[in-house]
Design a protein around this ligand. Sequence first.
Ligand code: GLN
Ligand code: ZN
Length: 761
Amino acid sequence: MPVSVGSLGFPRIGAKRELKFALEDFWSGKASAATLLEVARGLRRANWAKQHALGITHIPSNDFSLYDHVLDTSVMVGAIPAVYGWKGAEVSLELYFAMARGSGSMGLPALEMTKWFDTNYHYMVPELEPDQVFQLASTKPIDEYLEAKALGYETRPVLLGPVTYLKLAKSKDKALNPLDWLERLLPVYAEVLRRLHSHGAKWVQMDEPVLSLDLDEASQGAFRKAYTALAEAVPGLNLLLTNYFGGYGDNLELALSLPVAGMHLDLVRAPGELDLVTQKAPAELTLSLGVIDGRNVWRADLPAILDWIEPVVEARGEDKVILAPSCSLLHVPIDLSLETALDPELKGWLAFAVQKLEELSVLGRALNQGRGAAKDELAASAAAVAARRSSPKIHDPRVQERLARITPEMTRRKSPFPVRREAQQTHLGLPLFPTTTIGSFPQTGEVRKARAAFSKGELSAADYTDFLKSKVEEAVRWQEEIGLDVLVHGEFERNDMVQYFAEQLCGYAFTQHGWVQSYGSRCVRPPILFGDVSRPRPMTLEWATYAQSLTSKPVKGMLTGPVTMLQWSFVRDDLPREQVCRQIALALRDEVADLERAGIRIIQIDEPALREGLPLRRAEWDGYLAWAVECFRLCASGVADETQVHTHMCYSEFNDIIQFIGDMDADVISIEASRSKMELLEAFISYRYPNQIGPGIYDIHSPRVPSVAELVELLEKAQKHLAPDQIWVNPDCGLKTRKWEEVKPALANLVEAAQHLRKQS
Ligand code: GLN
Ligand code: ZN
């Protein structure tokens, strides 16, 4: 038997985002359920056909989802919270989408959503009742296996494994650990596996990416129990234990001890594990070698991969090896061939999902028939890699020189915070409880329309600029009118907080169709950071200075920080990430200097993505945080004491990283705090956070306008633990997704709340 070529999962959204549009039509009532399901079926069929045509032998099924595969798993096992009033029958589309998105008409909340490991994909968090019973409530994996079979494709069904499923779940009763439900859950998994087996499935892919995390004893025990039970329940069915996004690390012994037929290795994130595994794995264990990067967009060096794995294939035997991407291809764009506007040179260095499968099939051919059988493809791969390595488009000696000249002083403000604070107070003369916003104001239909017209060439650059200026002026006038202390220009010119800057920096490129699913029907199109980063000209100066020219109140300059610029892009893989981040930091440092020189006295550097860059394993946190904080400081520290640096982060957990937040040494940090009722502040309080802090008091995720009394109450809560001259008054985050009708009264109330507090103190 030759070496097999596998795929762990293919993007579901469709190369033209067909699923997105079908979902949205269904939700808005424009299309029927039948139409939606037909589109979904069409996508599955096309994906199977495509993968088959590309020579993939282990084609996945049940990797498709109408919304989210974790939600699908909850539905499969009947973990449907009581509020949804499910009666135990088939789960309707209405119920499914109510769990996914909430239902206004039925007054039902959506399940909580959170990030899938260290990706930008979001899953619906399973919610288990204290007396949760599990039952087979959806036969989706079996239906889709049979659907493929009827079309002539033998597939390898994908299931989210039981341990990972429970580890991602939360229990309604906080005292209970979801892992305690394992025994009750396993019979449902066993039933699914039994049915798949009886219909002819030979392999089932059990996704257990929690194996990339630090696991305690209980979780390790859960793995043993689960896989022993499943192996006993369905003898003869081959389970592929599938871990990705990292190595097995400490969990390797455990993984090797489980009674499974195969094991997948993410050899992009953990190349060092191949040797370990080949030494220790029993001879009959099939290895799925994840050699093609499923998390990035670069073409692989195929001859180098062959050099690396040929000895393994030889030693273990061809029938014991499956070639694979490192993880599901869900996290990369679908098809590079749709890109018609990319620089052809850059295009030659890229591979999206389809191209990655092509690469795998070339590797398979070379292994099975000898390299001669794939001579041209291998030569092309080597040539592309060599061209990229030496291209002047990537390497800018001036950037590298600057990088080499970074000194520790460049990452330190001139004086410590107490001195700066004094200087800033004298310079800015702000009242106690100064009020401000996080940057963006509503991106109305009018604003979006103007931007679209401009990019289509229907609106001239001059007219577009005039239009934006009129919006800035309105915003400034209105902020003055309601009495905000620190104003913003409103970010009307920005399409997106990363893309806007990336478009103006050298070293970034953009796709037309490079969509990646973020959640449900929502997709993002991350920029591609391909080369040394530099700033040819100022990026935000014009807007900040224009706004400042309209008012005597301070206008806050608004930048996206280096870590967020890195985190929300596809990043070159030929340099360490920290090095790339330093390049961005230097470019932004120049922008900070320009803003200061032009008289902008307050500059905010947003870092909402700092936390999500945390490595999956705890042991690697400090290393990451050290360079992430250093990059922020490199960007922020070139200014005089009088210039006030703000940062903003919109998430909810600071406890475990608070020391690093302190190390960032921003003069002011604004955070999201309203929904936690200021609980978030605890981390700052117990750390005795010395600088100023603006705990968000207006929940911008909700259309509701908070009353003055509510806002005062939140501020009083904050005041209990923080010094009055430490507190800023602001919303949780930017207001771009809100309507002016909501924003205006809410911010007026916010100003009133601050005034109320000032009177009291
Ligand atoms: N300045 C940005 C805004 O107001 C910050 C957005 C964010 O934190 N995600 O929109
Ligand atoms: Zn935010």
